[in-house]
Write a protein that binds this ligand. Structure first.
Ligand code: FPP
Length: 236
């Protein structure tokens, strides 16, 4: 860890589970299972071996509800299992778990598992794990706008007092900006992932499918991040 530079806030778009399974002649759902097993190991590595403070994960987009019902049902069950038991190692690492996204449309057992996970980890201090579930960056901006408009209408906020800080506080979570976003599987899109928070993020698009994206792959991506010259609009 020493003097090595790490992003403070890392985003991961966990893509390629379906293709990983297909190439092995397996059902897509088994790709998600393999992705989830990999995720647990990867998070344990991150919180034990790096100084990364915040990790944001794209677990399920608002658009993912359009997928085949069997696949959606499988993913929802996987989330419940993960939150109820597999995230134990995250809790041991003293990490606070929060969620971003809309609660509507999520099954009751998923919402309960989410609430319990937040409650169980709310005093943890090592870092934050932000799980984007039923999430769309466009909806996050819509929902933030509604919250701010309501405060103005109710006389609790003046229009001239709307600052970047106010915007940030009214997003799903008030987190530092994303420094680095990794999207696995070779697709080069951001697909509505934290569009406000990633305005100055660096990106890496490794070809590896998410189930195979291990700590060695992560270190390679982090090496790429360290080579970037982050100027935030300034000249050097
Ligand atoms: C994208 O792969 C992946 C998803 C839609 C689900 C990601 C979920 C997990 C890894 C499970 C555990 C996660 C958490 C945070 C609880 P894809 O299906 O789009 O793959 P493809 O592009 O190859 O079809």
């Amino acid at each position: 860890m020493g003097n090595v530079v790490y992003p403070k806030h890392l985003g991961i778009i966990m893509d390629g589970n379906g293709r990983w399974a297909k190439e092995k002649g397996l059902n897509r759902s088994l790709g998600h299972k393999a992705g989830a097993d990999n995720l647990i190991k990867l998070l344990d590595y991150i919180y034990k071996n790096t100084s990364i403070k915040v990790v944001s994960l794209y677990a399920f987009s608002t658009e993912n509800f359009k997928r085949d019902k069997n696949e959606v049902d499988y993913l929802m069950k996987l989330f419940v299992t993960l939150f109820n038991s597999k995230l134990e190692s995250i809790k041991k690492n003293n990490v606070k778990v929060v969620f971003s996204g809309r609660r509507e449309n999520l099954p009751k057992n998923v919402l309960e598992a989410m609430d319990k996970t937040m409650e169980d980890t709310k005093y943890n201090t090592r870092g934050i794990l932000n799980i984007c579930l039923n999430y769309g960056g466009d909806y996050e901006i819509v929902d933030m706008t509604k919250k701010i408009a309501k405060q103005v209408l109710e006389g609790n906020l003046k229009i001239e007092d709307i600052t970047k800080e106010v915007v940030s506080k009214n997003l799903y979570q008030d987190l530092p900006p994303l420094d680095f976003v990794i999207r696995t599987s070779g697709e080069k899109r951001i697909s509505n992932f934290m569009i406000y928070q990633s305005s100055y993020a660096e990106y890496d698009f490794p070809d590896t499918y998410f189930p195979d994206f291990d700590s060695k792959c992560l270190e390679e991506s982090l090496d790429n991040y360290r080579k970037r010259d982050r100027r935030f609009g300034n000249v050097k």
